[in-house]
Design a protein around this ligand. Sequence first.
Ligand code: N1C
Length: 288
Amino acid sequence: MDYQAPSSQRRRCRRPLLLGACVLILLIVVCVCLGVAFGRRAAGPSNDRITGNFTTAIISKCKQFLGDENSSENKCEEVWDAFSKAYVGKDPCEVPMEAYDPLMQTVREKDACNRMLFWSKTKDIVHQFTEAKKCLLTLEDTLLGFVMDGQTWCSEKGSKETFTTGCPSWDKCERNPVRSFWNRASEAFAQAACGEVTAMLNGSISTPFNNNSIFASIEVKKFSGPKMRALNVVLVKTGNDTATCENDSLQTLQRVLNPSLKYTCKEVQRSKILDCISDPDRPCGDCW
Ligand code: N1C
């Protein structure tokens, strides 16, 4: 026959059990709370989202560009200062291109007459080209272009920090820090245009000269004589691409181009440029 404890004894037995369960529940609650608190901290500004690393990256790229000159340390601090003042503490959709004016004053580039290369939707081939042949220069071959290429940055209203993630995308708002920077730097690069200028446009798309591009909306508008003489378009084509120098958008380009400038356009196969890039003995003039 099963032994049945008297009910008072059963109650006494249950009490420690109940206490244990309470302690366990309490422990679980504490653990969950701690987990959430620490988890939130970990998911907050990740390492590359905090100012320190970005500052270091920008300053060291700047020094890499300027080389080991003694003055490069101070210059790069000065560049960082002017650069960060343009957007730190501001709403990331309220940074106008003019915010970078002081930065442009800080960095003065030498004239590169007859060597300037502009581009639109041809970034890869253009940079392969300038990497291999040193005859032409893009904005990314100047200090600011070199340092900022491929970077993302923004801040927040009232913040002292720079974030490198969670920033507005290119099209989310026009006055975002990255877009305004490229607009302003491109404007300065085009204002410095001198002699014969080359532009590599993409012959694989229906509108090689696109009104929304920086090339059309900023750079071409700044091209003017007498310092600049001509714009030579290289239309990069692949296989049987149909776009030609007669393309409607290129007619528009000729119409909006300052009339004091000479204009030429040449269709060139991408494979021809690539062959030229891979042969160190071929001079630039042979590439198209
Ligand atoms: O809008 P785009 O090209 O016509 O701008 C290209 C034009 C070039 O001639 C450059 O002088 O504007 C200048 N420029 C850069 O140098 C540059 N480097 C990196 C503009 N944009 C630049 N980027 C990034 O490329 C930029 O962050 C944005 O995402 C693209 C714009 O390229 P696009 O539309 O092909």
